[in-house]
Design a protein around this ligand. Structure first.
Ligand code: UDX
Length: 482
């Protein structure tokens, strides 16, 4: 049976990249659409769905929305694949090659809908799956929107990579070439260096499969009806204008976590919106309550970063020597290696016991909003960056991979709300940067961070650009679905 556009209720299919950051922001979008009465199907890989199922509160929350469905799709990998840390690109490549026919079948057989809204009338897919999903959507005449869960800054760089290659600015010719400025990304010529390009651009071979996926999938975005960005005009307006020259219809509706919080404020049914795939340890909140205002540096490297033991030790010495008070998120798989090798050395732990607190996974939005937190040592994942911006917390950026290299450069050079220490992991530098952020330059950074935080909040309030764009998105989904 071929797909026919339903004349019943519209149903939006949302298909995220199966990782903490993207699932978090896609679920927030899903909830915003559901709040406006749209029927939504959230399509997870089986692996991600099993992790979400562990959190009864998430299921209970979404069960309150009429027509909301969770469905699953295979990512094509064997059951014993770790699907974590460094293997995320394998997951992405596998879905792009293995899930195409299943995805098509799910759409044509109407197994993604319910009685009132049996057919998918609009697809919102993570742009990293933009190639195959757009082919299928076009074949079945279903409108498709790409949601890029990265910052506009990285999307724009990705869109320019073919020009950068054409201009012979890639490949990078070794470490001594890393500080060379890039000329072929309009709007960034003054500050974007080779070092700040997405990490995959460091490949010596331009046919590197990770570089190909990251860039090629972005090049499919102009084929979509529209693009959704989790950002706001006052933060990335000039860059978004560049993207509009290739993709005219952009809905910038972020910061989504703040946007959802505001729109939920009048909704008794749903009072909170945590979308964690990890078990959250809230014990740190009581500890934070007992700390002086803006005295704590919060340290978290997101859900994928894997560091070496040597890097861990350098960070710890920097931290201990700086005398900073800290809250550290030490994920079980943060450090490469097993057993003792992956642990924080006991003598360093002892030395910092009175000044620090360690958890496996924190309630990050709540932590950043806590009055005791004055700085964030981060991997510069896009969600962490936005959450810090909303909370007005200045950052020290130590990017790990993908878009994070771009985000951290914008934090330090464009928005001036932090320090970028990419590619450096030395105890003396860590100590000095902590001292700069938390003491010496505290006022300068706090002032800039407070101003951007104000603009972020303004954008999602009634009359703000993101508020307007979300209403426009919902209206357009309704119109194209009828
Ligand atoms: C991945 C990529 O690493 C990132 O570069 C890209 O921008 C999005 O996909 P991730 O490593 O998960 O993201 O980082 P990030 O985007 O920052 O998202 C992490 C999320 O986990 C945030 O929403 C943060 O609030 C949450 N988190 C993190 C917690 O709730 N508790 C923690 O202890 C750590």
């Amino acid at each position: 049976m071929e797909h026919q556009v339903s004349h019943r209720l519209p149903r939006v299919l949302i298909f995220p990249l199966p990782a903490q950051g993207p699932v978090n922001s896609m679920l927030k979008l899903a909830e915003l659409l559901a709040l406006q009465g749209l029927h939504v199907t959230f399509l997870n890989t089986q692996f991600t769905h099993n992790r979400l199922l562990l959190h009864a509160d998430i299921q209970a929350r979404f069960a309150t929305y009429p027509g909301f469905l969770f469905k699953t799709i295979s990512d094509g990998l064997p059951d014993d694949h770790p699907r974590s840390g460094d293997t995320v690109m394998e997951v992405i490549r596998s879905i792009n090659t293995e899930s195409k026919s299943v995805f098509r079948h799910m759409l044509v057989s109407d197994e993604l809908g319910s009685e009132n809204s049996p057919s998918v009338t609009c697809i919102i897919v993570d742009g990293i799956f933009g190639g195959f999903a757009t082919d299928i959507a076009n074949e079945l005449h279903i409108p498709i929107i790409h949601f890029r869960t990265l910052g506009a800054c990285c999307i724009w760089v990705n869109l320019c990579i073919p020009k950068v290659i054409e201009g012979r600015e890639l490949p990078i010719r070794g470490e001594e070439d890393m500080d060379r400025l890039i000329r072929n990304v309009p709007g960034t010529e003054r500050f974007l260096r080779c070092r700040d390009l997405p990490s995959f651009c460091r490949a010596r071979n331009l046919t590197d499969p990770d570089l190909q996926v990251f860039v090629q999938q972005t090049l499919h975005s102009p084929r979509a009806q529209a693009i959704i960005l989790n950002t706001f005009e006052d933060l990335e307006g000039p860059i978004i204008s560049h993207i509009r020259t290739l993709c005219p219809n952009i809905y910038s509706i972020g910061p989504l976590h703040m946007h959802l919080k505001l729109r939920l404020a009048n909704n008794e049914a749903s009072s909170q919106s945590s979308n964690n795939l990890f078990e959250v340890d809230r014990s740190c909140i009581a500890w934070l309550d007992a700390q002086p205002p803006k005295s704590i540096i919060y340290i978290s490297f997101g859900s994928f970063t894997v560091m070496t033991r040597n890097q861990l030790i350098e960070f710890w010495y920097g931290l201990v020597n700086s005398n900073a008070r800290f809250l550290w998120v030490a994920r079980l798989d943060l450090v490469a290696g097993d057993g003792e090798e992956a642990q924080i050395p006991l003598e360093l732990l002892e030395e910092s016991r009175e000044r620090g607190f360690i958890v496996g996974w924190a309630p990050q939005e709540e932590v950043l909003a806590h009055p005791a937190v004055g700085g964030f040592l981060t991997h510069s994942g896009w969600n962490s960056t936005l959450e810090s911006i909303v909370a007005g917390v200045p950052m020290i950026c130590w990017p790990y991979f993908a878009d994070q290299q771009v985000n951290s450069r914008f934090v330090s050079e464009v928005w001036k709300i932090g320090i970028d220490i990419k590619d450096v992991c030395d105890r003396k530098i860590v100590e000095k940067m902590l001292n700069d952020l938390m003491v010496e330059r505290k006022e300068e950074f706090s002032k800039a961070a407070d101003e951007i935080s104000r603009l972020a909040r303004q954008s999602v309030n009634e009359g703000g650009s993101s508020y307007y764009n979300l209403d426009r998105l919902i209206e357009d989904i309704r119109l194209t679905s009828s």
